[in-house]
Design a binder for this molecule. Structure first.
Ligand code: HBI
Ligand code: FE
Length: 286
């Protein structure tokens, strides 16, 4: 995802902060049914794979399978639980606008739904990825605070010119994060939770590395946007994340200036190895 060179002017139908009306009544019945099919498929896969916080969030919010949720109704529930609201946006939005929404506990969600041709894979975040994948986690207080702190950190990182490091942190936690549990590793990253294939791959394939979470290491690790991840980082609990973002990033960025970046598949002697990937799946970057 490259939003760095994005035009910073919103499209004509959007407000200055890039928000639009969800226009819920405009969804067709095919679109509602597509949500239902995506939802059903994930519900068969996620029990025993997704973390408890996500499964709890799904049921608290009543994110049922009956069509694309109306943000207005969802917001009444979500705001009462964690002070977050969902705002509709046309798709990817510029980094500064995205961070500013998060810093104010507003989660930007695409309002469109993928086409049937893109049923398994889409590049731009659609309403299924954004709502089904991200929003249940926003009912968890610690995670909800982390997301806000991340937005605040993003605004600071922009002024320090260190967006790459922060984008990697988002990628390996909010999008592709895993968490330890007494019953084994579980998923909390929305990029995995909205993908049936990766939900199985990240837990069952011998190919990817699974490493203990380390903030600097994560910020040094490049990632793939075109295929399954080659490395997943596992936290012990959500406080790990909040702690990571509650420190001053300026000295970290100073350290990073002199530090190398790592390829998505690399492992280091200093890593906490949970699974050393055998790389049987790795494909060349497209
Ligand atoms: N916009 N709608 C949307 N969703 C994102 O996840 C998103 C974005 N703009 C910028 C962005 N993400 C990234 O630059 C950050 O994750 C770092
Ligand atoms: Fe996402």
């Amino acid at each position: 995802m490259n939003t760095k060179d994005m035009d910073s002017t919103p499209p004509p139908h959007a407000a200055a902060d890039w928000t639009i009306d969800q226009n819920w009544s405009a969804y067709t019945s095919e679109e509602h049914q597509r949500w239902t099919r995506l939802h059903e498929r994930q519900m068969q896969i996620l029990p025993g794979r997704a973390c408890d916080a996500f499964m709890d969030g799904l049921s608290i919010l009543d994110l049922h399978g009956e069509g694309i949720p109306e943000f207005k109704a969802l917001n009444e529930q979500l705001h009462a639980i964690s002070g977050w609201t969902i705002v509709a946006v046309p798709g990817l939005i510029p980094d500064n606008v995205f961070f500013d929404h998060l810093a104010n506990r507003r989660f930007p969600s695409g309002n469109f739904i993928r086409s049937d041709a893109e049923f398994d894979y889409i590049e731009a975040p659609d309403v299924f990825h954004d709502i089904f994948g991200h929003v249940p986690m926003l009912t968890n207080q610690v995670f909800a605070d982390y997301m806000q702190a991340y937005g605040q950190g993003g605004l600071r990182a922009m002024s320090l010119n260190n967006l790459d490091a922060l984008a990697r942190l988002y990628w390996y936690t909010v999008e592709f994060g895993m968490i330890a549990s007494p019953a084994g590793p579980r998923i909390y990253g929305a990029g995995i939770l909205s993908s049936p294939a990766e939900s199985c791959f990240c837990l069952e394939s011998p190919s990817p590395n699974r490493l203990g979470f380390d903030l600097l290491r994560v910020m040094q690790t490049r990632y793939r946007i075109d295929d399954f991840q080659e490395t997943y980082f596992e936290i012990n609990d959500f406080n790990d994340l909040f702690r990571a973002t509650s420190q001053d990033f300026a000295p970290l960025y100073k350290q990073l200036e002199a530090a190398p970046s790592y390829a998505p598949y690399e492992t280091l002697l200093s890593d906490t190895l949970i699974q050393m990937g055998d790389r049987t799946y790795c494909r060349p970057e497209r």
